[in-house]
Design a binder for this molecule. Structure first.
Ligand SMILES: [Zn+2]
Ligand SMILES: [Zn+2]
Length: 341
């Protein structure tokens, strides 16, 4: 029996009568993580992994009806045993394991197999059927070691300082920004955050993640000499806005897995691109799929057909799963973009 099927509202578990990351409001929503395309408002009841509580309340409202479970703990619902396991994507991100009458399914949500120090590392979970994402499911996507990426960001920041320019780094406000903060050399200079980034830094700190001190960029007056020494983290939507005027002369850069494609950096019109992703690259996806031992793989997000074909050639029962998940490396939840100083 299929423990998860695609319905217009989202991925649905028939025996358990609940949805995973529904894109329409439902009665019972199990949430893998707080990115806008996975955690949507309006559902009656929510269930998520405990480390994600702060993020979900910050994004969906403090008063949502939210039940949480620690990683690895399970609960039974209509005979379906459900548990959350770390997905290594962002703070609180989880894979959902479902067991019913001896059948085990795992829905990965978004995941990354390389540990990054800002969330619990990915843990493979054995299952019969694995629902995997494939945001970067093409053989061209292979990430450099993250230490090299951070060294590159540090060098760019130092160079700008030496030339008297601010360093504006565009990145997704939830997850990517905190990972950059954790990875860079904070002794280089002051670090400023856009008003949509700083509240999420705070949630991470409250969740026990060590991040260097940051200041609100909005507190700085135009031409403040500190700006020319600073690294500024801002969401992509701040680019080209009046908010940028305070920095005077600056160099800008963008951090995303899509920066592997030269066209993306050109389209963004930034000076530099840093290839830093919170998703598994091609070898990471194949490794994770193999680790599950699954005979059946359902593929969502991104390059579905390429990964499906590859897995079928290797004898797996693979198929695409139609979902409405977006792309958290490129786009942003418009609600988070409204100018927040
Ligand atoms: Zn995500
Ligand atoms: Zn996603």
């Amino acid at each position: 029996m299929d423990l998860v099927i695609a319905r217009p509202e989202g991925l649905y578990c028939p025996p358990g009568d609940f949805y995973i990351d529904p894109w329409r409001p439902v009665e019972r929503a199990v949430i893998t993580h707080g990115h806008g395309d996975h955690a949507r408002g309006g559902s009656v009841r929510y269930l998520a992994a405990a480390p994600g509580e702060g993020i979900l309340r910050a994004r969906l409202g403090a008063d949502i009806d939210l039940q949480t479970l620690p990683y690895g703990a399970s609960l039974d619902h209509h005979g379906v045993r459900l548990s959350f396991h770390p997905a290594g994507h962002v703070l609180g991100s989880a894979q959902v394991r479902l067991e019913y009458q001896g059948e085990v399914w795992v829905a990965s949500g978004d995941y990354k197999v390389e540990a990054d120090g800002t969330c619990t590392p990915f843990e493979p979970v054995r299952c019969h059927t694995f629902i995997t994402e494939s945001t970067f499911g093409l053989p061209i996507y292979r990430w450099q070691p993250q230490a090299e990426i951070f060294a590159g960001i540090d060098a760019w920041w130092r160079q700008n300082q030496a030339e008297g320019r601010a360093s504006v780094l565009f990145c997704y406000a939830f997850g990517k920004a905190q990972r950059i903060l954790h990875g860079i050399d904070a002794s280089i200079g002051p670090i400023l955050a856009h008003g949509s980034v700083e509240p999420l830094n705070q949630v991470y700190r409250e969740g026990g993640v060590r991040l260097p001190a940051t200041q609100y960029a909005g507190d700085f007056k135009k031409a403040d000499p500190a700006l020319r020494q600073a690294l500024i983290l801002a969401p992509p939507s701040a680019g080209g806005s009046t908010w940028m005027r305070r920095f005077g002369e600056y160099s800008d850069a963008f951090a995303s897995g899509w920066m592997m494609l030269r066209g993306t950096r050109r389209r963004r019109g930034v000076d530099r691109g840093f290839v830093l992703s919170d998703h598994a690259d091609w070898p990471g996806l194949l490794w994770a799929i193999e680790q599950t031992g699954a005979e059946r793989v359902m593929v969502t997000h991104g390059s579905v057909n390429v990964l499906v074909r590859y897995l079928r050639e290797r004898g797996l029962d693979a198929q695409g799963f139609a979902t409405e998940y977006g792309d958290d490396e490129e786009s942003e939840d418009p609600k988070q973009e409204v100018d927040a100083g």
